[in-house]
Design a protein around this ligand. Structure first.
Ligand code: ZN
Ligand code: ZN
Length: 290
């Protein structure tokens, strides 16, 4: 039986698009993913590399995704764009990439485009709020259904910002069309940034704060990662579920509490030989199905 929205949290993983975008769906099915996250281009380049996305690729992707019940696929922005950049050339280039990903999200019927807030370098936080809000307003001009931009909390390395709920709230409140902006909550980034989500009580406190500042149902996606870095370490190092410093109780609560049931959840755990995505997903389902 397939799981629809509003029954239980759907769990899946980030999958590679190597050798073609539809390969990500095959990889997702192989790993028993119920939902999917992809890059639509090589994440450390500005161009699309060898990856092509013509009409046939789009049709194949949509057909396969439909069969696999992947209706909530998330597209993660590549790493180089910086929508807080004080450098105008880099800033405009970054907005263009965001626009391209928004258009692919529409083409591929994949609703979520995930972006980090980037880095204003030596400029102020006020500068960054304005810069990101402007970038989002410009990018949203060409938006079509079903696309939403999700802002992901970061660990804020290298003068980045966007690690706090307040950062994300301030941006959302400065965007004209904020109904198309949501949040992607990354558990490892939150923990390494000082949010102690290791117990159900503290996890709910943080989500209460998110609801209060951003409004209810703003979190559309959760990145499920345990953390190698300790609390408030600023170290962005993902770990397999239940094997890091966050620990299993956080993930048990995410799987079991009705508050999270309509949020799609994506693993970004290490790709190693010890534990694979299917193992992590089986563990999550064993928590969910109790
Ligand atoms: Zn991310
Ligand atoms: Zn993430």
């Amino acid at each position: 039986m397939s799981i629809g929205k509003n029954q239980l949290p759907r769990v899946g993983a980030h999958k590679s698009i190597a050798n073609g975008i539809t390969k990500a769906i095959d990889r997702g099915i192989n790993s028993t993913c119920e939902c999917l996250q992809i890059f639509t281009r090589p994440p450390r380049r500005w161009d699309a590399g060898r990856l092509t996305l013509d009409k046939n690729h789009v049709k194949d992707f949509i057909d396969k995704a439909k069969k696999a019940n992947y209706f909530d696929t998330a597209i993660h922005m590549p790493y180089l764009p910086n929508i807080s950049s004080p450098d105008d050339t880099l800033y405009l280039r970054s907005i263009n990439v965001l626009k391209e990903e928004i258009s692919k999200s529409h083409l591929l019927s994949s609703p979520y485009v995930i972006s980090h807030l980037g880095s204003p370098k030596t400029e102020s936080r006020q500068f960054a709020v304005k810069r990101v809000a402007e970038a989002l307003d410009l990018a949203l001009e060409s938006r079509m259904d079903p696309t939403m931009i999700l802002l992901e909390n970061s660990t804020a390395k290298k003068r980045e910002w966007g690690k706090t709920v307040e950062d994300i709230a301030e941006v959302i409140n400065s965007v004209d069309n904020s109904k198309y902006i949501g949040m992607c909550f990354d558990t490892a980034h939150a923990y390494a940034s000082g949010y102690d989500i290791s117990s159900p009580e503290t996890l709910h406190e943080i989500f209460d704060r998110i609801d209060e500042l951003l409004g209810e149902n703003r979190v559309q996606l959760i990145h499920l990662n345990d953390s190698k870095g300790s609390l408030n370490s600023g170290i962005d190092h993902h770990e397999h579920i239940g094997r890091g410093n966050i620990g299993i109780e956080c993930f048990r609560e995410l799987m079991q509490h009705s508050r999270f049931k309509s949020i799609s959840m994506i693993l970004e755990t290490p790709k190693d030989e010890l534990i694979n995505d299917k193992d992590n997903l089986d563990l999550l389902r064993s928590l969910r199905n109790k």
